[in-house]
Write a new protein. Structure first.
Length: 202
């Protein structure tokens, strides 16, 4: 962009016709317009940079129709390292099993938006823990990349404190939650990894 702008200015300077007063006025007006466009561009870039976190994380947008749970679950609050209590639900299979699905939900909306998944996934012989991120589902805190990693680690630690080992846990990430799922499973011996709608860059 800077290179193109410089070439335009050089071309204008080298063009003898601009010596005419009218053309001088046109040249000045043209340069002013270019300058205004450039300033507007800088303002937009600065605004997007300063607001990138609020543009990336949208906990208050609700795009789903909530589905009523048809299974019995326990509402639990998992404390992360910052002291935030993360609202979560834990489904314990009526059949004794160590198989456990840990769900990291995607962007936007509360955990109620994912209850339809619990209803369907409960048909399999497994326990299910669905957590909500900091600032989502009424939780305190501000979402950041490292903060969500911490929330995910806290959920794993909560399961381990209940007697579940890494080899018992399948981690399931949806959209935003896929990044945390991948981070948690690197060089770890979890039972499995499921990614729903992952992204390649952000």
């Amino acid at each position: 962009m800077f290179f193109t702008l410089w070439r335009i200015i050089r071309c204008i300077r080298n063009f003898t016709a601009w010596e005419n007063p009218f053309y001088i006025w046109v040249k000045c007006s043209f340069l002013k317009i270019i300058g205004i466009i450039f300033v507007i561009y800088l303002i937009i870039v600065f605004y997007v940079y300063s607001k990138q976190r609020s543009l990336l994380y949208v906990p208050n947008i609700d795009n789903y129709d909530d589905e009523t749970l048809i299974i019995d679950v326990n509402e639990v609050f998992i404390e992360n390292s910052d002291g935030n209590k993360l609202r979560s639900v834990f489904y314990e299979s009526p059949k004794t099993t160590k198989n456990t699905l840990l769900m990291f939900h995607g962007n936007a909306g509360p955990i109620e938006n994912r209850f339809y998944k619990l209803n369907k996934l409960s048909k399999y012989n497994q326990n299910i823990l669905l957590i909500s991120w900091r600032s989502y589902s009424g939780n305190e805190g501000s979402p950041t990349e490292q903060g969500l990693y911490d929330d995910a680690k806290s959920a794993i630690k909560w399961l381990q404190n209940k007697g579940y080992e890494s080899e018992d846990i399948v981690i399931y990430g949806e959209s935003l939650g896929t990044a945390d799922s991948i981070e948690m499973t690197q060089n770890k011996s979890f039972k499995g990894l499921i990614l729903e709608a992952p992204f390649t860059s952000m």
